[in-house]
Ligand binder design. Structure first.
Ligand code: 6PG
Length: 247
């Protein structure tokens, strides 16, 4: 784990089994302290490769004998594509597919309502999020990072990065297809009691190194918060390869 002066914790895993073990243990720890503190665990998760990492990590935790108590979980999406919930592009569909009907999965899931027009859909999602989070904050937001440094659906140079008011926003010009999405914004992500990125592969190495060096150019570098949970980065050897500690 990282140097004390860093705003980040670095979890550099050696292989997928190690990633599953560490990520599973991490999510378990945050979930149990949230359930003990306020009776539920309110999580936002992402798309891309994250549904697979998420499901594999949880399966690993369960097979290690941990009782996740998923009946106390409320699962939202840090970003979601404005498509039908059974579309191959839907992060909700990808998450359900990755979980594969696991018998231990009893969470209450909160997908967007894609039957609403985009702006109304984001408004409705904002209301649902704010109704369920405790003291205006998620317990955990799980994020990925794109090769351009985007996270959730917050892209480099996009005006949403500077919006101080919206907590959940529509976006209709996402450079990553599909273009219409609903995303959490930085004020809500940064208010979360804990945030974790899972960034895997060589295509993320330069961005990870730049963020570790303190650059604030990339959207992912703007995810910073001061709560005790902090921001933890789960990396694999290729994505960590340009970190000074990995050389
Ligand atoms: C989405 C995302 C997006 C994703 C990153 C990283 O497009 O739905 O949530 O922000 O997390 O693009 O994706 P990978 O993990 O596949 O690189």
């Amino acid at each position: 784990m990282g140097a004390p002066s860093s705003p980040y914790r670095w979890s550099i895993t050696s292989n997928s089994d190690d990633l599953n073990e560490r990520l599973g243990r991490y999510i378990f720890d945050v979930s149990q302290s949230s359930i003990e503190h306020h009776g539920r665990f309110v999580l936002a998760t992402s798309g891309g490769s994250l549904p697979k990492s998420f499901a594999s990590a949880l399966a690993r935790a369960v097979s290690s004998g941990l009782n996740l108590r998923t009946e106390c979980w409320h699962v939202f999406y840090a970003d979601e594509r404005h498509v039908a919930l059974d579309s191959a592009d839907s992060n909700h569909a990808a998450t359900l597919l990755a979980l594969g009907g696991a018998p231990w999965w009893r969470a209450t899931m909160h997908p967007i309502d894609p039957s609403l027009p985009l702006d109304a859909c984001a408004d409705a999602y904002s209301g649902e999020v704010l109704e369920h989070v405790i003291d205006g904050a998620f317990d955990l937001v799980l994020l990925g990072m794109g090769p351009d440094g985007h996270t959730a659906s917050l892209f480099p140079g996009h005006p949403l990065l500077a919006d101080p008011t919206l907590r959940v926003a529509p976006i209709s010009d996402s450079p990553k297809p599909p273009p219409s999405r609903v995303t959490l914004t930085l004020p809500l992500i940064n208010a979360s009691r804990a945030v974790a990125f899972v960034a895997l592969g060589e295509g993320k190495a330069a961005q990870v190194a730049s963020i570790a060096a303190g650059s604030t150019d990339l959207p992912s570098a703007l995810v910073r918060q001061s709560s005790p949970g902090g921001v933890t980065w789960f990396l694999d050897p290729p994505s960590a390869s340009l970190l000074p500690s990995a050389k």
